[in-house]
Ligand binder design. Structure first.
Ligand code: SF4
Length: 435
């Protein structure tokens, strides 16, 4: 009895249990990956697992030290909140999909808890996972932050947390048009959000630290731009897994950690280009994925590289369509830069406004990186993106001369369309391409 009480008391200190699960999983994966693969194999995966593991460890330690737990939507430059405050940031969408990628059962038990509670089955799994985890008492948030973007799913899901246990919810109103007027408007919203968060957690914003964190993020953007340049090489020097790895890194890592990861990836690419060696073999097909990678089966990337000779050059999260921020400028200008980044964040840029950026970005990536096909993951929860599939297909055919395969699935729940079915569809598509 005493042991159980002791255990429960210990557990009550733990407010971010899914991050602890991820830390344990990543620690085991790290040991396995480094011991099982030869030195020159799976370099991006090795770098990704190590840096995410360190991030999880830091967050878990900070949570045990008592720092406020702040849940947030993925579509913020998190430098803003991390820079201003001493907090433990929890990215809802990042944690749901990282569990989907790393655990055998993924986030599916938590989707089921949310659905049994009454959350509709056809909503986006990116938020549904954390709803289930919260219902299961695995998270305890001091505050939650979200913009009113990029979709109805976001706006319908976040108020749950306020309703369920009265967690303070800070909402930034993001306008639908993305123009200079909107940038100014959302800048004011962001300033207001910082003040609100400071009042809730009892901290004063530290704007000098914000500048330092933004400087690291600027560095990360420079490395990312260089990585993108290397992707123009034929064959592409990066494994396809880099796309979901970047999708997992951008919302979870920040500042120094993100810069470190991109620096390591850049070095990997440079060395491979110099040596002319790609451990997984020949590149026959170059693909772009206008939407998301299949997150519940990231091993599919390795299969495409090795079995099909297909490179995935970009998914929606692996290209940043925004500029860095001048940290020497005044605070108002820095916030304008952050607002501009938020409006152009991956997925927010393409899904929160009118259709043009989504179509144009898809065409741009295919043309610029000389892709010979596209694959669109038609994600069950994402109604507005699915409505654009035909227009994107026609645009790619007319402007780039390439075909696009569409696969109906849920990127975070393997029970809708299995990994085997998805692989079969890709295989058939590749056969039909006859390249
Ligand atoms: S995938 Fe679609 S529905 Fe899900 S968060 Fe992104 S925009 Fe919203």
């Amino acid at each position: 009895m005493g042991t159980i009480k002791y255990w429960v008391e210990q557990l009550s200190e733990h407010k971010i249990i899914p991050y602890e699960i991820l830390y344990e999983t990543l620690s085991n994966s790290n040991d396995l990956i480094f011991s099982a693969f030869p030195d020159q194999e799976m370099l991006v995966l090795k770098s990704f697992v190590r840096v995410i593991k360190e991030t999880m460890e830091r967050n878990v330690n900070h949570s045990l030290e008592g720092l406020p737990i702040v849940g947030h939507h993925f579509s913020f430059p998190m430098e803003l909140f991390i820079g201003c405050f001493d907090i433990v940031p929890i990215c809802f969408e990042g944690v749901s999909y990282l569990l989907a990628a790393l655990l055998t059962l993924g986030s599916e038990p938590y989707y089921d808890i949310a659905e049994n509670f009454g959350h509709p089955y056809h909503t986006c799994t990116s938020q549904k996972g954390v709803i289930g985890m919260t219902l299961n008492n695995l998270f305890e948030f001091d505050a939650i932050i979200t913009p009113t973007a990029p979709c109805d799913n976001t706006m319908a899901s976040y108020p749950f947390f306020k309703w369920w246990n009265n967690t303070p919810l800070i909402i930034g109103d993001m306008p639908t048009p993305h123009d200079p007027r909107s940038t100014h408007y959302f800048k004011e919203e962001m300033m207001q959000m910082v003040n609100e968060l400071g009042n809730i957690i009892g901290q004063e914003p530290d704007y000098e630290n914000l500048r330092k964190i933004i400087a690291h993020h600027n560095q990360a953007l420079e490395y990312q731009a260089e990585i993108n340049e290397l992707k123009k090489a034929k064959p592409c020097p990066f494994e396809s897994l880099l796309c979901p790895a970047i999708a997992g890194s951008v919302p979870l890592l920040h500042g120094k950690e993100l810069a470190q990861f991109f620096k390591e990836v850049l070095e990997i690419g440079k060395k491979r280009l110099k040596s002319g060696k790609r451990p997984w073999g020949e590149e026959k097909i170059r693909s772009v994925w206008p939407y998301m990678s299949v997150l519940f089966d990231i091993a599919m990337c390795e299969w495409m590289d090795r079995e099909l000779g297909m490179s995935v050059l970009f998914d929606m999260f692996s290209y940043s369509f925004f500029d860095s921020i001048d940290i020497e400028s005044d605070l108002d200008t820095i916030f304008m830069g952050l607002s501009n980044q938020a409006l152009n964040y991956p997925m927010t840029r393409q899904s929160a406004t009118f259709a043009d950026p989504f179509i144009n970005d898809s065409v741009f990536l295919a043309k610029e990186y000389d892709a010979n096909c596209a694959i669109f993951t038609s994600h069950l929860g994402c109604k507005q993106s699915v409505s654009l599939i035909q227009i994107i297909r026609e645009s790619l055919r007319e402007q780039c001369g390439i075909p696009m395969l569409t696969i109906d699935l849920d990127v975070g729940d393997k029970r809708f369309t299995s990994a085997q079915t998805i692989r079969k569809e890709i295989e058939n598509f590749v056969t039909a391409l006859n390249l």
